[in-house]
Design a binder for this molecule. Structure first.
Ligand code: UDP
Length: 410
């Protein structure tokens, strides 16, 4: 069976070269019952951050399979996003003063969004805490799923208790890894995120294209590049990266590039970026730019990529760099542990000193970099390409079929 890809762009068949014909055929077969069904995704930003990164290609692939899949983005004022960012931080273990005023603003903005959005789809997928309460305002026509991408290993208790009544109205919860499992009445599933190998960010670039991007931003590559690419967010520990680099360069000459962006739903980003600017010098380059091809060029050209997060739901940047054959040093947390096998295809670290030591080890050993890089790419090919993620959603739709018919259309 051929997918009826109505849009220009990547089709599931294009994945055959990476995952084989059998996998592609299986996905096509499984998706057949969902032709012309309607699916809605709702999140809080069009760009910046992993959720938007995933939704873009996933929604297109689903439409290519004939599943009528939409992506809606909620609107909110700065107060709302300041509150939801605090909630995001608290879900990852930070503090929050959960006042009635905050709850009121949060719920009011979501109610307004619910008035503007008709969600009469066969399936609704709500992403992350920002639009979570939307479920309060609809009569369900099919299953609603809450897909939470953040690191839930130790959520703030009071906030979690406030969220539970909303969450338990959903038909299923999807988390990235089993360590984030919470005590909920709602069935919980685990989907590790994945990358789109055909995107501007991940497609193969030739040397000339890489040179052009680096030159455009005046990034010298006469010395090995040590790179971290992340939203400007304290959880990504950009300061720790600079400190580790400063220790490492006592032993090996290198250049650090910290590239970051600020998502529209993240009001803290600018402050984090500005707090780093004093650290800039000739060999410490800190850039705030949204340039996808530059992300690709840096991940491809880097000798070492860091993702020294303190908390990390998954960390798409890790798979992105591994896919380019670049070894990654990652924080020993959350979803990063599922991508990096310590000492095999990269290194896991818990301190600045360990990160510095690993930078030195990798920069001094080209063979090790190549070996780890090759294993990293293979790990991503087998586990973290979007075809696998798509298939998990289709399996979920399938498993809902019976319940959906029984409960919603008796
Ligand atoms: N990203 C980007 N430009 C930047 C910083 C990040 O395009 O300057 C992208 C990055 O390549 C990745 C996503 O944003 O695709 C971040 O996802 P991740 O899961 O690593 O972290 P999150 O931001 O969701 O916490």
């Amino acid at each position: 069976m051929k997918s009826q890809y109505l849009h220009s762009g990547i089709r599931i068949e294009d994945y055959e070269r990476y995952v084989g014909a059998e996998t592609v055929e299986r996905i096509l077969d499984k998706s057949r019952p969902f032709q012309d069904r309607y699916v809605a995704n709702v999140n809080s930003t069009y760009y910046g951050g992993g959720v938007a990164e995933l939704l873009g290609p996933l929604v297109l692939l689903m439409n290519g399979l004939g599943i009528r899949t939409e992506w809606r983005v909620i609107q909110g004022n700065p107060d709302f996003f300041s509150i939801t960012k605090k909630m995001h931080n608290a879900l990852q273990g930070g503090e929050i003063n959960l006042s009635d005023r905050k709850k009121q603003i949060y719920e009011d903005v979501i109610r307004e969004n619910s008035l503007r959005n008709y969600l009469e789809h066969d399936m609704v997928i709500i992403h992350d805490p920002q639009p979570l309460p939307m479920i309060e305002h609809y009569r369900k026509r099919g299953p609603w799923v809450w897909r939470c991408h953040v690191d839930l290993s130790c959520p703030h208790k009071e906030l979690w208790h406030y969220f539970v009544p909303f969450i338990e109205k959903y038909d299923a919860v999807i988390l990235s890894i089993k360590e984030y499992m919470q005590n909920l009445k709602t069935p919980t599933l685990f989907f590790l995120p994945a990358i789109d190998p055909f995107s501007t960010k991940n497609r193969e670039l030739d040397d000339q294209e890489i040179d052009e991007r680096l030159e455009h931003y005046g990034i010298p590559d006469d010395l090995p590049l040590v790179v971290q690419i992340s939203r400007f967010d304290y959880w990504k520990d950009p300061q720790g990266v600079i400190d580790a680099f400063k220790i490492a360069r006592r032993e090996v000459d290198c250049t650090l590039v910290l590239l970051g962006n600020v998502a529209t739903d993240d009001p803290e980003g600018t402050q984090v970026y500005e707090s780093l600017l004093d650290c800039q010098e000739e060999r410490i380059i800190i850039l705030s730019r949204q340039d996808t091809a530059l992300v690709n060029a840096l991940q491809a050209r880097a000798a070492v990529v860091l993702q020294k997060s303190i908390r990390e739901g998954f960390g798409l940047t890790v798979s992105e760099a591994m896919w380019k054959g670049t070894p990654v040093i990652g924080g020993n947390v959350g979803g990063i542990r599922y991508q990096i096998e310590d000492g095999v295809n990269g290194f896991l670290v818990s301190t600045v000193e360990q990160a510095a030591e690993r930078i030195v080890t990798l920069l001094k050993d080209e063979n090790l970099r190549r070996e780890m890089g090759e294993k990293g790419r293979e790990k991503v090919r087998q586990n973290f390409l979007l075809s696998r993620y798509l298939e998990q959603y289709i399996d979920l739709f399938n498993s809902f079929e019976t319940i959906y018919r029984l409960n919603y259309h008796p």
